[in-house]
Design a protein around this ligand. Structure first.
Ligand SMILES: [Zn+2]
Length: 413
């Protein structure tokens, strides 16, 4: 049996270390403090008996659990990230433990009247009777993704202590800077040497994800002409009005607030401008590759049409791809998903397979040659003060890891 208190203690030891990443930094890791947890993990992996524990100059940690069978089994990996989101502070995390959760409001902070309530966060009711770890209302918790780190370390420890569970070679990796989109950037896929892997970075129990958005960003620039407003007739060109026309020409309902599931969107997330120059910053998202291309083409077409209409080059547009749907790389090796699904079913966990409306490190890794679906790590309400994780969910994720390695071995026996 996995020891619940042992997992709680391990998780608490991680979240108390501040590892917030910083998008403005150009170094890797983006913040020096990520080394504090990275160095601790290296020691811990050695202490539990992992082999080839390494950390590189960018704080990417890798370790191996050698095979304990004679026959050939594919090498599989488990990955999570050590940083926390810069959206909310991760300094001085003071976790609260709620045992035998009653289903009622949880007072996170009496002084500041901060309450975690199932009337806003209905998911809480899934965990009645369980042990929840919450914040004290002033920081995020860091279950994203220290729950994942904790589950991977705990699963490896369990497998080492239980050699009767047969498995092939297992690799684990912990990366910095996932929250600022760089977790996969300096990941050495060849050194890792796995045939496929899973990120332990999802939310609710049962989540299993292998489809994500195709993603691009677009910057649309409008040129105007400033003239004294009193003498502007026929001379002034106000770039802000052109920007407004552009915004209103794109499909109005294809925006984040009107879409869900497999529906893609255009998201205008920033405008800055004056008469002379206005810049619109968009992100473009779609699961479907052709629709994704069509969206990028439409943004270009609206710009071209307006340039034609006004008979001058007032609009320029720059579109950059960010990441792609991993589905294309995972469906040819669908057993990777099937094994994880079967592992959950055997443990009595209902798999929740759904498209991610975002990206994961796994989507980049999949395009770098390492197919890499995402599995639940158990936390909820990531990146803010209402973040919490049920300990039972961490135990389940740990068991899923152990079951996946077992099933993979059996499949190739
Ligand atoms: Zn995460």
């Amino acid at each position: 049996m996995l020891n619940k208190q042992h997992i709680i203690n391990r998780f608490l030891s991680y979240v108390k270390i501040d590892t917030e990443s910083d998008p403005k930094s150009n170094t890797t890791p983006s913040t020096k403090k990520q080394w504090d947890l990275a160095n601790k993990l290296v020691e811990e992996l050695k202490a539990i008996g992992m082999s080839n524990v390494s950390i590189d100059e960018n704080a990417y940690i890798m370790a191996t659990l050698p095979s304990n069978v004679e026959h050939e089994v594919p090498t599989i990996g488990f990955i999570s990230h050590i940083d926390t989101s810069p959206d909310f502070t991760g300094a001085n995390v003071n976790p609260q433990i709620v045992e035998n959760y009653s289903g009622e409001d949880i007072i996170l902070n009496t002084e500041k009247n901060i309450i975690l309530s199932p009337s806003y966060f209905e998911d809480l009711l899934l965990y009645k009777g369980e042990t929840l770890i919450t914040t004290d209302g002033t920081t995020l918790l860091g279950a994203d993704d220290k729950a994942g780190v904790c589950e991977i370390v705990s699963a490896m420890e369990y497998l080492i202590q239980h050699p009767e569970i047969k498995h092939g070679t297992i690799k684990v990796a912990f990366t910095p800077d996932e929250e600022i989109g760089r977790g996969a950037h300096k990941f050495d896929v060849d050194k890792f040497g796995a045939d496929w892997a899973y990120t332990m970075d999802g939310s609710q129990v049962g989540e299993l994800e292998y489809e994500n958005f195709n993603a691009a960003e677009a910057e649309v620039t409008f040129k105007g002409r400033i003239v004294h407003p009193g003498y502007a007739k026929g001379k002034m060109i106000n770039s802000m009005y052109y920007a407004s026309e552009y915004i209103n020409t794109l499909p109005k309902l294809e925006v984040p607030e009107h879409t869900e599931g497999y529906q893609g969107f255009f998201h205008l997330h920033d405008i800055h401008g004056n008469v002379e120059k206005t810049v619109l910053e968009y992100i473009i998202r779609d699961h479907d590759k052709d629709k994704f291309k069509a969206r990028k083409a439409l943004m270009q077409k609206v710009a071209n049409d307006m340039n034609t209409k006004y008979n001058q080059d007032i609009i320029s547009i720059e579109v950059k791809d960010q990441y792609y749907n991993m589905k294309e790389k995972v469906t040819p090796v669908m057993h990777v998903v099937d094994i994880a699904e079967e592992a959950m079913k055997q443990l009595g966990i209902t798999p929740l397979i759904k498209p991610i409306r975002g990206g994961t490190d796994g989507s980049q890794l999949s395009y770098m040659g390492l197919p890499c679906p995402n599995i639940f790590a158990g936390g909820h309400n990531f990146h803010g003060r209402y973040e919490y994780v049920p300990v039972e969910s961490m135990l389940k994720a740990t068991k899923v890891i152990c079951k996946i390695v077992e099933l993979t071995q059996e499949r190739y026996n």
